[in-house]
Design a protein around this ligand. Structure first.
Ligand code: FAD
Length: 493
């Protein structure tokens, strides 16, 4: 049966995998071909859930990491087949979560209805171009890997063992609908590091190994810094001395077990009423957290509650107040919102106690190469005088750079150049409408080009964690599968 339409999903990390799994579980209005394209050898892993040398832990307990909102303990049941005594409150390995996502996709593939075809393709999408007559998109593939590559088997076989995606270099695919699930961009450029030999611009680009007695500067003090510092301590038997410098020197606090019941509709109304300025919103958030604690609860309950209504609060703020929020409030929100398993925080505190990890609040002034080392000049927060540090390596742990205007990714550049995507004015990502429909340069929401992933933060504020992204993936898949899709397609033809 030849398909009546093709949906191409670019990127098979968390978001792309879940869009594909949800589409495979759906009843479609027409015979549908789904093509999932991933440039790397593994599907469902992305940066977050890859197999790595260090056993990184999820920063969310197993009971809250289901990939399916209708089955909240789905991940826990999967984990218990491998770790029988795992509980909902445990922080399990990220690599295990990657296996879970792989299994989720495979299950969906095996049970997909007969009128849905599924193909996995290993390649790099370098452009998506709108076809002039409105009949969809041309998806351009680079000369990257093909499923004939020896390590491509994880991606290149369907549930019947057939090899898929055998591809010719430079090939294009036709798509009626395209879902972009491109993941987190690498960290932004750090002025002054361009000529430095010992500078690591992206800690996730390749495995980082530290030698004993090495002195390392990590720029940033959030979750990436914690990952790099704890892994460095293990790989170098804790001989490496690590410095971290960030503007505020704030380290994420630990997770705790807490219930979700303290805040209610009144709290939501109070926050909505306050979301006309960054300052009033901040005051209300603080008041809600204090009130929660006064009632015997945990401030984390208030943060979780606010996170769930964050899109509405963010969208109500005027542009000027959004800028204030980003400048003054964001570091504090981020540090309270993104927390650590207590085991990881204990590791970090041990390193600090042994003087192996020093966390500084301050500003970087300059970097200079001194032989094989780097002299870093910086100013501590609130101080006048400058200080220097001599280090063997500098690692950029500032997190993803969502300013797509300076993206070097060919696909993103091509989307921007054609006006199919536009950056949001706060450099948080790209502009999207309902279901992640891309907003084009004329301000129109596309009927057939969608984005799902962390850059939804431009319109939703909170869009980086599994909990938010799984919801976006589910809603987009059911929109694409529903009969309304046919009306959409007819209207745009
Ligand atoms: C280190 C880390 C740890 C995290 N831990 C947690 C956690 O414990 N709990 C939680 O809730 N959230 C966590 N998150 C957040 C969240 O789960 C991730 O950000 C999520 O993986 C984002 O999914 P994604 O599909 O958008 O991006 P990714 O998972 O990164 O996937 C994007 C994929 O697209 C592919 N791709 C990109 N461009 C192209 C192209 N042009 N052609 C072909 N393929 C392409 C990439 O190779 C990649 O595989 C973590 C994030 C990170 C980075």
């Amino acid at each position: 049966m030849s398909p009546q339409r093709t949906i191409v999903i670019v990127g098979a990390g968390f978001s792309g995998t879940l869009v594909a799994a949800n589409l495979l579980r759906s009843q479609h209005w027409a015979t549908t071909r789904i093509v999932l394209i991933e440039r790397s050898a593994s599907v469902a892993r992305g940066k977050a859930y890859a197999d790595r040398d260090h056993p990184y832990l999820l920063n969310v307990p197993a009971g809250r990491m289901s990939a399916d909102t209708n089955s909240p303990l789905d991940f826990l049941s999967f984990a218990q087949h491998r770790i029988p005594d795992a509980t909902a409150e445990d922080f399990l390995p990220r690599a295990l979560y990657g296996q879970y996502l792989e299994a989720t996709l495979l299950d969906a593939e095996v049970s997909a209805p007969p009128h849905v075809q599924f193909e996995r393709l290993r390649d790099d999408v370098c452009a998506v171009e709108k076809i002039g007559d409105g009949s969809g998109y041309r998806v351009r593939l680079s000369n990257g890997h093909t499923s004939a590559d020896s390590d491509a088997h994880t991606l290149g076989a369907d549930s019947n063992g057939r090899t898929l995606g055998a591809d010719t270099p430079g090939r294009t695919l036709h798509a009626d609908d395209v879902v972009l699930a491109l993941g987190n961009p690498p960290p932004g450029p750090l002025p002054g590091t361009e000529e430095l030999q010992q500078y690591v611009s992206d800690p996730w680009a390749q495995p980082l190994k530290f030698s004993p007695n090495e002195t390392v500067l990590l720029i940033g003090s959030g979750l990436t810094m914690v990952d790099v510092a704890t892994a460095a301590a293990t790989s170098s038997n804790e001989q490496a001395v690590i410095h971290s410098i960030s503007r505020h020197g704030l380290v994420p606090p630990s997770q705790t077990q807490f219930s979700h019941s303290a805040c209610n509709g009144d709290s939501a109304s109070m926050l909505r009423a306050a979301s006309f300025s960054a300052l009033t919103l901040l005051r209300s958030v603080r008041a809600l957290a204090a009130e929660t604690e006064r009632r015997g609860g945990d401030w984390r309950e208030a943060v979780t509650f606010i996170r769930n209504i964050a899109p509405a609060l963010w969208q109500r703020l005027p542009a000027r107040e959004k800028r204030r929020m980003l400048r003054h409030v964001r570091p504090y929100w981020d540090v309270h919102r993104h927390r650590l398993p207590s085991e990881t925080l204990a590791k970090l505190n041990r390193l600090r106690h042994r003087q192996k990890l020093h966390i500084h609040a301050g500003r970087l002034i300059r970097f200079e190469a001194v032989g094989s080392q780097i002299r870093v000049t910086w100013r501590a927060r609130g101080a006048h005088e400058l200080q220097t540090l001599l280090v063997d390596r500098v690692v950029n742990c500032t997190g993803p750079d969502y300013n797509v205007r300076r993206s070097s990714d060919p696909l993103m550049r091509s989307l921007l150049a054609q006006g199919l995507a536009v950056s949001d004015s706060h450099n948080l990502g790209i502009r999207t409408g309902q279901y992640g429909a891309l907003i084009d340069a004329q301000g129109r929401a596309s009927a057939s080009l969608f984005y799902v992933g962390p850059m939804l933060r431009a319109d939703h504020w909170e869009a980086t964690a599994a909990q938010e992204l799984r919801g976006h993936a589910e809603r987009l898949a059911s929109y694409l599968a529903a009969p309304v899709g046919r009306m959409r397609a007819t209207a745009t033809a």
